[in-house]
Design a protein. Structure first.
Ligand code: PRX
Length: 645
């Protein structure tokens, strides 16, 4: 077993968890009084304009309700609550691609959010429950938009700017969005890039529900203007800086965020107000030891759940300073992040293993050139972190004094689930350690029996938690089937994450990766079915199967096995170019094939099911241990193996 690293003494001043006794005590408290403990935390951390009458209502499980009858406001929690005492403190530190900074106080943030809420209400007539699609770069207006939606009860659905126009269109249509908020584009690596053309294209092919497109001008490059377009900068001037707080029910929806599953259609994961904001705030305080006076930097994009929970909602609910960064970590050089840490005296830095591997590879000695002594917590998320990357992060970036929090969670969980608590949990490279207090994470077999120590089992959450996915937008059946159809515990269906995991003698949890047909490329989830559905659009292809192949930087890369209608009709290289053009248009650059092989057939069972497990073993160069006698044509395995050498 690898070495254990204890939190370094004196780094944490007045932490909530001084040592593991504090952790154990809270876990015990939850064990003894689950609902009451959540209720106490909700009362301490959220302002209730009207108190809740019941902590958890499971009468219609799995459509559970938290903090019933309570009235609160997420925008109030994130902005207005801080104004009386801390209005002049910095809420957002924006760093542009070119290095220029804007420091925005909570007072200024409040004014901008209120103006935006007035714009949405008065000009676009957005009401509670309307959907607003946000297709934006990492700029301040993206945050104003999200918080303005929260302020008026509109449901935002942020679509990552790297998704193509057709992926954007599918999400607009599924959510029946009334408003799209976008920007002309922004800057990356010193050059302008564009977003608006993708919106124009999406709008030209069946987004009838959209009444207006609000355009923010960031790079002022020429764009097409369409009848539904209007410009934020022209309309915002005349909007009032005040907006009367509206109080919402705990269970009113806050946002949708689309993510991949094992079918071709992305799922609109729905999070509701009170439960989500409570857990975003608590995990900020617990896991990161974040304090209002700190400066917190999460390098994610707001198009992913990490950006929602740990750039916007968690940090602002905790009243800290959150960094919003427009650029990329390697521009103008591999020292960019460390320069920013030094300049802004960052306390907590949170990124993905892909970025850590890239920064390690391209700038191993760069951290040594900067003063990184402000750091006390380093976080990772989204994929397993390999020991060499972990070691470099710990020793070179953290100078062997910072705690590393390897946080396991998902779009569906809203916030961290299994993670070290920076101030108290002893850590091990590549290990997510223990479930957070209140989270009943268990490694079990499908029938609920605990998986023996050291063996792979299903990572399930056996009790509801406040920031749990509420449903899949417009598809309750799929919600039940996707998350509650695989495992039971204590005779009841329980939430299965889709991940495998292992537990060791000290109850530490190591994530072993997805058990379903989802690939994790650079910490982003992409369903194999989505990719295969796009590949089908190529008229030369008869069938295909894609799997994840281990990749030095990305963690996993997409590898395609392609069966052509006419085997000799195109070369491998030309086919890859052709397929990637289609994938870029259909999904976006994150779905590109890293490598392909043209094969005469796929390993299929007699009922026609593709045995992806065999293909996964082949790309990893592993010996085939699966029983291949059930295949329609067992010989195909050795044929494919030879083609992959
Ligand atoms: O497979 C797990 C992996 O990322 C998946 C969730 O992806 P997404 O919903 O896009 O959210 C990513 C950011 C929270 C999980 O099912 N994953 C997440 N965190 C870790 C991880 N795998 C290993 N270690 C982690 N710390």
């Amino acid at each position: 077993m690898s070495k254990i690293y204890k939190p370094v003494k004196n780094i944490f001043k007045n932490p909530i968890f001084k040592d593991m006794d504090d952790y154990d005590n809270l876990v015990k408290k939850f064990d003894e009084n689950y609902e009451e403990t959540w209720g106490e935390l909700a009362k301490e951390n959220i302002f209730w304009q009207k108190p809740f009458t019941k902590v958890l209502d499971e009468s219609n499980a799995p459509f559970n309700k938290w903090f019933k009858d309570g009235k609160m406001s997420v925008a109030y929690e994130c902005v207005d609550k801080h104004l009386k005492t801390r209005g002049e403190d910095i809420a957002i530190l924006f760093e542009a691609d070119d290095g220029t900074n804007i420091k925005l106080t909570y007072n200024e943030l409040a004014k901008n959010v209120n103006k935006t809420a007035n714009l949405f209400t008065n000009v676009y007539e957005i009401k509670k429950g309307d959907r607003v699609v946000v297709y934006m770069p990492m700029i301040l207006e993206a945050i104003y938009t999200m918080l303005a939606c929260a302020k008026i009860g509109a449901i935002h659905s942020v679509v990552f700017g790297g998704f193509s126009s057709s992926a954007l269109r599918d999400r607009i249509i599924d959510a029946k969005a009334k408003l799209v908020v976008t920007a002309d584009g922004a800057y990356r690596k010193g050059k302008p890039y564009m977003l608006k053309p993708a919106v124009d294209e999406a709008m030209s092919s069946g987004c009838e529900s959209v009444q207006n497109v609000c355009v923010i001008r960031r790079n002022f490059e020429p764009i097409e203007t369409n009848p539904k377009d209007s410009f934020y900068d022209e309309l915002i001037q005349t909007q009032k800086e005040t907006f009367q707080t509206v109080w919402f029910d705990s269970e009113d929806p806050l946002f949708l965020l689309y993510t991949s599953g094992s079918t071709g259609q992305p799922k609109g994961v729905q999070h509701n107000m009170a439960g989500y904001i409570l857990w975003a705030k608590l995990t900020m305080k617990w896991v990161f030891d974040n304090k209002p006076d700190d400066t917190f930097w999460c390098t994610a994009d707001i198009g992913w759940i990490t950006g929602h929970s740990y750039i916007v909602y968690g940090p602002l609910a905790n009243g800290t300073t959150t960094v919003v960064f427009e650029g990329v970590p390697t521009y103008p050089d591999a020292g960019r992040c460390w320069k920013m840490v030094e300049q802004h005296k960052i306390d907590q830095f949170y990124t993905a293993p892909t970025a850590i591997r890239m920064l390690h590879k391209t700038g191993e000695d760069e951290p040594g050139k900067y003063d990184l002594s402000s750091l006390r917590v380093l976080g990772t998320v989204g994929e397993p972190i390999d020991p060499p990357a972990w070691k470099w992060y710990y020793e070179t970036v953290g100078n062997s004094r910072c705690s590393i929090v390897d946080t396991w969670w998902q779009t569906e969980t809203g916030g961290h689930m299994v993670s070290p608590i920076a101030s108290c949990t002893p850590i091990r490279p590549g290990c997510a350690t223990l479930p957070l207090p209140g989270i009943q994470a268990k490694i079990i077999e499908q029938d609920g029996t605990p998986t023996p120590v050291g063996e792979k089992g299903y990572l399930c959450i056996t009790k509801p938690w406040p920031s749990q996915i509420r449903t899949i937008w417009g598809d309750e059946k799929r919600f039940i089937k996707s998350y509650f159809g695989d495992c039971v515990y204590g005779g009841k269906p329980v939430y299965f994450s889709g991940d495998g995991a292992m537990i060791d003698e000290s109850d530490y949890i190591t994530i072993t990766g997805r058990t379903d047909d989802v690939i994790n490329v650079s910490g982003h989830r992409i369903g194999t079915a989505e990719i295969e559905a796009s590949i089908k659009d190529c008229d030369m292809v008869a069938s295909s199967a894609v799997v994840g192949k281990p990749h030095e930087i990305k963690g996993e890369a997409i590898f395609g096995f392609i069966v052509l209608k006419d085997e000799n009709s195109i070369s491998k290289d030309d086919l890859k170019i052709k397929l990637n053009k289609i994938l870029k248009e259909d999904i976006g650059a994150i779905a590109l094939l890293d490598d392909i092989v043209i094969v005469p057939d796929l390993p299929k069972t007699r009922s026609g099911k593709i045995m992806r497990r065999i293909l996964r073993s082949i790309v990893k160069g592993e010996a085939i241990v699966q029983d291949i006698s059930t295949l329609e044509d067992p010989n195909i395995v050795s044929v494919i193996e030879k083609l992959c050498v």
